[in-house]
Design a protein around this ligand. Structure first.
Ligand code: ADP
Length: 328
């Protein structure tokens, strides 16, 4: 069924004006009733299709929705996004991606949802994921890397998402080390990387990404958050951002995989990293302390200077970094 809907949509897209039901049914080799049924489905998804008794159907506007069919058709030869599961609503795309990976999903498989009822942040925190506005997705990777390097993929995904956002919105996106994308001091995107591994080898990695794209009013539990639309004063296409991210990430990932070192990417990461040069509060399990963020080392760890002048390395994963007077 999904396939026919996709075919009807593709056909309408190639037509400058109306296409009659009879014409579509002949071209696709199906009954007129099933053409009509699929037109109705497309309309329910938000496609504006004009229907005229005499002339047939005409696609007026494609909505700002994400569909598996459209994404797949634009990602033909890529590894990332080669297989997609799309849900209108799901508990957590990361949880589904982990289950799918255990079932054998190939590298680059992607879970996307229009809304999450139990979206996850790091350290068991909640990720607010309402419908119709954001990108909530999880990418499955099967890298041939030592498990200790997995967290570096988070930094690479951050670079790729920053580039994708910049490309589509021209907004100045930066990265709060290690994994948040911020614009004008507020969080628009978070990345949560999870893995299943043994000492020597990784079974799979799931990179979960949440982006507030067209959110007009943010949940009051996240005052330090914003959306691309709130900053840019316009709506943006979620599928275009997803597509750009996947293309960008594929490039970066294959370079990194060929030579698993951050060396090539550090200059870009540091340029994007808004944490550097700032006084920050480091919060780990046991304590909380203030330090100056000095550098990102070759492993992607944050190097901070304590008040007594000593340098210390901070690993991502178990800590949160905050500004002295707020989130940044
Ligand atoms: P951090 O390291 O900044 O604490 P996490 O990566 O752990 O952040 O993400 C979880 C946190 O992100 C939540 O505790 C909440 O403050 C925030 N958050 C939840 N949903 C959203 C959202 N849609 N947009 C921006 N921030 C969010």
């Amino acid at each position: 069924m999904g396939k026919l809907k996709e075919e009807v949509l593709s056909y309408l897209k190639t037509q400058e004006s109306f296409a009659s039901g009879e014409e579509i049914s002949k071209v696709l080799g199906v009954t007129r009733a099933s053409v009509w049924k699929n037109i109705k489905k497309l309309q329910e998804e938000g496609y504006q299709i004009q229907a005229s008794t005499n002339k047939g159907y005409r696609l007026v506007e494609s909505p700002n929705i994400i569909t598996k069919e459209e994404l797949l058709s634009t990602l033909k030869d890529s590894t990332m996004g080669q297989s997609i599961e799309y849900y209108n609503e799901i508990e957590s795309t990361n949880e589904r991606a982990k289950a799918w990976a255990r079932e054998g999903a190939v590298e680059g498989s992607l879970v996307i949802a229009d809304s999450q009822t139990m979206g996850k942040g790091r350290l068991g925190r909640n990720w607010v994921s309402p419908s119709g506005t954001g990108i909530w997705m999880s990418l499955i990777l099967r890298p041939d890397l030592p498990p200790t390097k997995t967290y570096q993929l988070t930094l690479l995904a951050g670079i790729a998402m920053c580039e994708a956002i910049k490309k589509h919105t021209a907004l100045e996106a930066g990265i709060k080390w290690p994994n948040d994308i911020v614009i004008e001091g507020k969080k628009v995107c978070g990345i949560l990387t999870e893995m299943s591994a043994e000492v020597q080898c990784i079974h799979y990695v799931v990179v979960g990404i949440g982006v507030n794209v067209n959110t007009k009013k943010l949940d009051e539990s996240i005052p330090h958050a914003t959306s691309l639309a709130l900053i840019g004063n316009q709506e943006y296409s979620r599928k275009e951002i997803i597509k750009s991210f996947l293309e960008e990430f594929e490039k970066i990932y294959s370079m990194y995989h060929a030579k698993p070192s951050l060396e090539l990417f550090l200059p870009t990461y540091k340029k994007l990293c808004i944490t550097l040069g700032k006084q920050v509060t480091i919060i780990d399990r046991k304590e909380q302390y203030i330090a100056l963020a000095k550098d990102i080392n070759a492993n992607g760890e944050l190097v901070v200077q304590l008040e007594d002048g000593t340098l210390q390395t901070v690993l991502s994963g178990e800590v949160s970094v905050r500004g002295l007077y707020g989130y940044i």
